[in-house]
Structures are given as C-alpha cells and as structure tokens.
Design a binder for this molecule. Structure first.
Ligand code: SF4
Length: 375
C-alpha cells in the first residue's frame, strides 16, 4: 500500500521514499531498455555513454558509442590518441565540445589519477568533461554511490509528480530537484534507480503525451490529479536563437581546395572548414560581389566565381546559421592562403572532421565537377 503524506510547507503531496523507489524499480524490472552500457560496471564505458547521450537520443547515439568504443576501447587508448582521431569518430554527432572535454578528461585521469577514474562523485567532478549529471551516473552505476543523476527527465518527472513549480531553467532548480531526488534514491540500489528514472522519462512520463492512464503513480501524481500534465515542468525564458551569416569559399585550384582548423573560442572548435567570412546580415548579389572582391585571402589572384549555393539554414540550439557556399577558381593561390590553410584534393576531405553543415552540403551538391584537375 502506497503511503502518502501532505507537506504543507512545500504544498505538494509526497510519497514515502521507500515506496516511490520500489514502485519505480518494479516498473523498471519489466520495462528497462536493453542498452550496452548497462551490462557493465566499467566506469570508462559508462562515462563515454553518458557523454554521447548528452543532447542526443539513444537511437542516434548508439552507433557512435559502438564506433567510439571500438576505436578507443580503454581510457589509456583514448588519452594517447591524437585529438583529430577523436573528432573524426565524433563527426556528425554535434556538440563537439563534449568530445574535446572527454579527450582532455581522459588525459587528466592519466596525469592525475594514475589512469583510473576515481570512485566518488566529488572526485569525479574534478575531471574535465564530467559535470554533475555524468559524475553522478558514473558514481552510481559503476561504484554504487547513492547520488542522483539529475537531468531534464528527472526535472520533468519530479515536477509533475510532486507539483514543483520552480522554473527548471532557473538557478534554484538544480539544487531543489537534486535535493528532492537525493531523498528518493535508495542506498541499496542507486544505479538501478538512476537508470530507471531515465527510462521512465523516455518511455512513460514523456515530454509530450505521457502515458498517464497506465502510470503506477497516476493516483498520486500532482500534475495528473490537477490537470497540469501539459503545464509542468515550468520553463522560464525561452532562448531565442541568434542569427549568424557564414559565407564559405570552396576554392578550386588545379583540382585542389583549402581548409583550416577552427581554433577560436566559438562553435565547432577543432573542426575543419573552408575559408569563411562572417557577415552581419544576408547579402544581396551586389553586396556579395563586393564582399568577394574585398577578401584578403584572394588579393593579387585572379578569381572566377563558378557557383553560388542557395542560402542554407542550419539550426543549433542557440543559433541559426545562414550559410552560403561560393565555389570559385583561383589562378595562383596567394602566400597568405598557402601559409594559413591546408591544400588538399576534395577526395581527401573525408579524412578531416567537418561541421555537419559542410558535410551535408557536400553530400547534397555535386561539387566535384568544379574540382577536376587541370594540367
Ligand atoms: S501520471 Fe502522467 S504525468 Fe504523472 S508521473 Fe505518471 S506519466 Fe507522468
């Protein structure tokens, strides 16, 4: 029998914590998803899976997980690999900072922890790339530490179940939900509890159309009982994506082209791209011609524009990128181009990790015709 008490201070119903976790774990026993990182207590594999799954659906992340573990089966192999190899395996998954942090985190573990991931939440938090969620996941799944892994799933489930109205994107939310989850997590099976709540959020208490009619908590769920399922959790300010305007130059010179690694503190750090000029707005054709003739990289060379793509919209969580690809032929690459960019044939581009925007453009457009080697 589920015990329920009413907490007047918080103004929501709360379950007896034992009952909450036992009902959740019972549900999990018959509904758990079969995922490769659940059959291991190896902290490195768990860490990799957690990093891949940040902002990524399981179906999309799974092939990357297999590929990553095949190429970098241990933390030592990852730490000793070149960063470019890591970025290549990650290519297409997006949010590339994750890959870089994982890599530098592995190197840090080699330098500071003798190559073994530490076994406590607080120590794990000291490693680059391990934030509160992934540190809690590794600590609970691999080492059995009762610390909750709190992410959007947990915010949603707990906000609905317990009627928490704190905006989940507010400063106060993380601490409040963490404390609530900390009260609920059982000390004898914390890893399974954290896994169960992930699956509960993915399969049962989903963001849209949760399955309340077959939910074992529905009788006591604040949101369900108060017709607030679609209103909880509360979100504060919506981030309005900023517009950026990228003009890429695919330079054709005797069948070769030019790329460079992005090194600024910006999106796509460590990925490669064609020479690019960013503008503050979309250019009309007159402005485009003027812009091309002013590009420093081409000064002193004869430039013929072969093709200008349509404007392509590429959405990131916080940005809308409006990209135009300009294919142009150049008679004699100026020194500034030769010294700052890598010259290579178009066929070699797949050896470099490129942003998905460029990859998709190359896959969709028959650009090779503009890069036929002239002797
Ligand atoms: S009743 Fe509905 S909203 Fe409440 S926990 Fe269950 S699935 Fe989620």
């Amino acid at each position: 029998m589920l015990k329920v008490k009413f907490d007047e201070k918080k103004f929501f119903f709360c379950f007896d914590t034992m009952d909450f976790s036992s009902i959740l774990l019972k549900w999990y026993a018959s509904n758990a998803r079969e995922l490769p990182w659940r059959n291991t207590t190896d902290p490195y594999s768990i860490w990799v899976s957690e990093v891949i799954l940040q902002q990524t659906r399981v179906a999309q992340g799974l092939p990357y997980y297999y590929r990553f573990m095949e190429r970098f089966p241990t933390l030592q192999v990852l730490a000793n690999a070149p960063l470019d190899d890591v970025m290549r395996v990650w290519q297409g998954l997006g949010y590339y900072t994750r890959a870089r942090n994982l890599y530098y985190g592995a190197r840090q573990v080699m330098d500071e922890f003798g190559g073994r991931l530490p076994s406590t939440y607080l120590q794990l938090l000291k490693i680059k790339g391990l934030g509160p969620y992934s540190a809690a996941a590794v600590a609970s799944f691999a080492f059995g530490e009762p610390v909750p892994a709190v992410d959007g799933n947990v915010f949603r489930i707990l906000a609905r179940l317990f009627g928490v109205f704190t905006p989940i994107d507010s400063q106060a939310a993380r601490r409040e939900f963490f404390n609530l989850a900390q009260e609920l997590i059982p000390h004898d099976n914390p890893g399974a509890f954290n896994q169960a709540i992930i699956d509960y959020g993915a399969l049962q208490c989903t963001p849209k159309s949760p399955q309340c009619s077959i939910c074992p908590f529905s009788e006591f769920c604040y949101a369900f009982q108060n017709n607030l399922v679609n209103s909880l959790p509360i979100k504060g300010k919506r981030i309005i994506p900023r517009d950026r305007f990228f003009y890429y130059f695919m330079i054709s010179h005797q069948g070769d082209t030019f790329i460079k690694k992005r090194t600024n503190r910006d999106i796509w750090h460590s990925l490669y791209e064609f020479p690019m000029v960013e503008q503050s707005k979309l250019l009309n054709s007159e402005e485009l011609v003027k812009m091309i003739s002013g590009v420093e990289l081409f000064q002193g060379a004869e430039v013929v524009v072969l093709h200008v793509s349509d404007v392509i919209k590429h959405k990131l969580s916080h940005l809308n990128i409006w990209a135009t690809f300009i294919i142009l032929e150049i008679d004699k690459p100026p020194y500034i181009l030769l010294s700052n960019y890598i010259k290579l044939s178009v066929n070699q581009l797949h050896n470099y990790s490129l942003p998905r925007l460029i990859d998709s453009y190359m896959a969709a457009e028959p650009v090779e015709q503009y890069f036929i080697k002239q002797k």
